[in-house]
Design a protein around this ligand. Sequence first.
Ligand SMILES: Cc1ncc(COP(=O)(O)OP(=O)(O)O)c(N)n1
Ligand code: 3NM
Ligand code: MG
Length: 213
Amino acid sequence: MSDDPAEAPCRLYLITPPVLPAGFADRLAAALDAGDVACLQLRLKDAAPDEVRRAIETLMPIAQARDVAFILNDDAVLAAEMDCDGVHLGQSDGDHAGARMLLAGKILGITCHDSRHLAMKAGEMGADYVAFGAFFPTTTKEASHRAELGLLEWWSDVFTVPSVAIGGITAANCAPLVEAGADFLAVVGAVWNHPEGPAAGVRAMNAAIAAAG
Ligand SMILES: Cc1ncc(COP(=O)(O)OP(=O)(O)O)c(N)n1
Ligand SMILES: Cc1nc(C(=O)O)sc1CCOP(=O)(O)O
Ligand SMILES: [Mg+2]
């Protein structure tokens, strides 16, 4: 088996906490230094555009210095303007096809909830990954859809576009998602709310993914 993390069948996709605490840059660096993280998504739903710009300027170099792709949530235009590595768009986050053209060569991920139809549409449109969720109850956001393992199994059997599983995922419950074929596990609370800190959260998630894979 290859030692290259990029070759691993399932990898960790980290999303920032909804509000960045003081000293977050150091916490992020410690988390990313604790083990493999494929991407970091900046997700600040309540921040003003200037605050998001400042966060990108501070956090993107920390991620990129560690070969972690820096993905912006919700805003394809800002992702292009700030030269982020990509964007994650939900079903209400604007024109997916327009974002695909604007961000040619960059990563475009699309939320598909629990829908095979939305995932096939996203794949045909040129998405680099499709995200399914929520797989478990989450306190990070009000998730109005619930996805089942069979969706991941079907997707990985039929399509080559990578899948991301999201929603309430922890080291304790992630094994079936890995076994079902998820290419990435996206988490907020499992890392940032880990009782021993975010570095321990990254270690625990990677250990659980490796044990399941
Ligand atoms: C990897 C990943 N998957 C799903 C989402 C949810 O996106 P969306 O439905 O647009 O909801 P918000 O995150 O914008 O509240 C995500 N952000 N990342
Ligand atoms: C941002 C997000 N999107 C979801 C979806 O189902 O689309 S669930 C979710 C929150 C993920 O946070 P945690 O790992 O703490 O549950
Ligand atoms: Mg969104």
